[in-house]
Design a protein around this ligand. Structure first.
Ligand code: F6R
Length: 639
């Protein structure tokens, strides 16, 4: 059988699978006090998750370094207590990989003489051998990190670089150092001998630089510098930049030489509101409230005449018709979006669809033929396991389609086609609006496949699209009054554990509801297809045990009601998520969260929202930080 055409965008670099970009880098050199700029920038990066933070600031040819475990606010208190003057510096938030969270392991790391400071994102794969060599040469390595070796390598290279004519010594020393590294890195380096310069380099880990009126800014994520400039240079792999208060010079290797080049600037036109709470107490609540807008934006322009158009698929209706198997690969919340889509793709398009967590898919030998469509779903577009699974699937001959929220992310670059979920930047670590954007995008994909397979009339497609678009309004209604949600949350706050159950679409909603609750409230949760209750989980239930049942109107409604009755008979506190108008459900539940009537196929879009609010409410009552739950990072770029 004829296979599906392949895109030409694929590039595979082995080390990318190991790259770690969970940490955050900032740098500033200019006319302002650097510590203020650095602390502001680090606060902007907090959303990515971290366990320690630090800054190094230059002042009159001497370096002040302060690192703290915990929050940026703790670092700020220490900085303010001593006062750290100076107009050039670098900062870092660290998410521990090599070595536990501690002040010694926090960045910046310094050379033995303390004259060079370095912040690093990524993983230096050959750090053990470098470390041994440096230690044997008398270097005093004070941390357990891979990153520290970079400061010592630059220390070795700097005198050699000074002896050479031409390019600035720090640039040359950094260039010599990165030649010795394997793995991934984004680096920002300062040195007492060049007190107003920051030198940056990158490979497989993002780094951007930008010039503003008051100086030069460096960051691993543009959000850290958006207040100062929207015109940025995205460094490419292998490039080096030297930033001073009034100039940005970019270098690329040319044989043994370093040549300067004119860097291209990219204008960022995001609304700065994405990085602000705009009156909401936390980003999670703000992002939950953005969901009606996400649904509308994700759907905009998709119905043309009576058919759904996803031109980004770059497949003709005939080619789509050839697809005979779909795999959806993803992790965490994105995997749950896939579970919902499986029901739609199989139900509407009648194509067998498997949903698999990417970390499993990549290590087994799935059946892939040229007519297999692999759909990779990733909010960040950077998840290491999902990326590795994409690469494997492509090598095995599948057509790979990405669904992501981040323009130009690795998932977008490496897939043959991509749908962007239009959620805009998501700051809270727990995914809410991105999840809804994924579900809506996958629903569109299911409709396109059904259309291509001739399983639906155009009238049916239009009808479904109209109802799908209407979910935005239904979500708005859920958001109007959260009293019942807060009351139910109050009843579960002191529980040790909770069980989420549902059937069909409700099972996927239950899995996502349970994940949301556990990740932000640290309350242990389980989720099961309700039919599995009697096969084990019912043993958990005793007096006061919370059971959250997805009991919206559907073909399996009566079955779910039987399951929640069984739970209640054993003393469970039952929270039922039900359809408005279903007054009977009150007889079987302690708390009822109503959602407006909605077709079962679209019920997860509406039903997930009260569970997001429920999780947030429980987490707040338990004193948790809903935006930055412990141990979690926004982008999981390590295996
Ligand atoms: C949970 C959550 C995570 C992510 C998972 C995959 O709220 O956000 O479970 O869904 O880490 O991340 P992406 O979608 O970026 O691949």
């Amino acid at each position: 059988m004829k296979g599906l055409p392949r895109g030409a965008s694929f590039t595979m670099t082995h080390t990318q699978t190991k790259g770690e970009t969970m940490c955050g880098i900032v740098g500033y050199t200019g006319t302002r006090q650097a510590c203020e700029v650095l602390l502001e920038g680090l606060s902007r990066l907090e959303y990515r998750g971290y366990d320690s933070a630090g800054i190094a600031v230059q002042h009159g040819g001497a370096m002040e370094v302060i690192c703290r475990t915990g929050r940026v606010s703790q670092l700020r208190s220490s900085v303010e207590a001593v006062g750290v003057p100076g107009t050039c510096g670098i900062g870092h938030t660290r998410w521990a990989t090599h070595g536990r969270p501690s002040e010694a392991n926090a960045h910046p790391h310094t050379s033995c003489d303390g004259r060079i400071a370095v912040v690093h994102n990524g993983i230096i794969e050959n750090f053990n051998e470098i470390r041994e060599r440096l230690a044997a040469a008398g270097h005093d390595l004070r941390s357990q990190t891979d990153s520290e070796v970079v400061a010592h390598l630059i220390e070795e290279a700097y005198p050699r670089a000074c002896a050479k004519e031409g390019t600035d010594a720090l640039v040359r020393a950094v260039a010599d150092t990165v030649e010795q590294l394997s793995g991934s890195y984004a680096l920002a380096v300062i040195c007492d001998d060049e007190p107003d310069a920051i030198v940056c380099a990158r490979k497989d880990s993002p780094l951007v630089v930008g010039m503003a009126e008051d100086g030069a800014y460096v960051a691993s994520d543009v959000i850290a510098m958006l207040d100062a400039t929207r015109d940025i240079v995205v460094l490419a792999d292998g490039q080096i930049a030297r930033c001073t208060p009034d100039a940005l010079t970019c270098f690329a290797r040319c044989g043994d030489d370093l040549r300067t080049f004119d860097a291209q600037t990219t204008h960022i036109d995001w609304d700065m509101d994405v990085a602000e709470k705009t009156g909401y107490p936390d980003f999670m609540l703000k992002e939950i409230h953005e969901q009606p807008r996400v649904i509308r934006d994700t759907l905009a322009g998709r119905l043309v005449g009576n058919s759904i158009q996803i031109d980004e698929l770059q497949l003709t209706p005939e080619e789509l018709n050839l697809i005979d198997r779909v795999y959806i690969i993803a992790c965490g919340t994105s995997y749950h979006a896939g579970l919902i889509a499986k029901n739609l793709i199989e139900g509407w398009a009648r194509i067998p669809c498997e949903v698999e967590v990417a970390s499993e898919f990549r290590y087994r030998n799935p059946i892939i033929t040229p007519t297999t469509l692999v759909v990779a779903v990733s909010q960040s577009g950077e998840t290491a396991d999902t990326l590795a699974a994409i690469r494997d699937a492509r090598v095995k001959g599948a057509r790979v389609f990405g669904i992501t929220n981040v323009i130009g992310s690795p998932v977008a670059r490496e897939a043959d086609g991509v749908i962007y979920t239009k959620a805009n930047k998501e700051i809270a670590v727990a995914s809410t609006k991105s999840f809804l954007g994924q579900v809506v995008s996958l629903t569109l994909l299911a409709l396109v496949l059904a259309q291509a397979k001739g399983k639906m009339t155009s009238g049916h497609i239009r009808q479904l699209y109209t109802e799908l678009a209407n979910t935005a309004e239904l979500v708005e209604r859920v958001l109007e009054d959260t009293t019942a949600i807060d009351e139910a949350a109050h009843a579960c706050t002191d529980a040790a554990s909770a069980l989420f159950i549902g059937r069909g679409m409700g099972a996927a909603v239950a899995h996502e509801g349970a994940l949301k609750l556990k990740e932000i409230s640290y309350l242990h949760t389980e989720s099961y297809a309700a039919g599995e209750m009697k096969h084990g989980p019912i043993a958990l239930i005793d007096e006061g045990f919370p059971v959250i049942a997805i009991a919206t109107r559907s073909a399996v409604y009566d079955k779910v009601v039987s399951n929640l009755q069984e739970a209640r008979a054993r003393g469970a506190v039952v929270v039922a998520l039900a359809t408005e108008g279903d007054e009977d459900i009150r007889a079987h539940a302690d708390h009822v969260l109503f959602i407006p009537p909605v077709r079962d196929a679209f019920s997860p879009i509406v039903a997930s929202v009260p569970l997001q609010l429920f999780a947030r409410s429980v987490a707040l009552a338990r004193g948790c930080d809903v935006d930055q739950p412990r141990n979690l990072a926004k982008s999981v770029t390590v295996e």
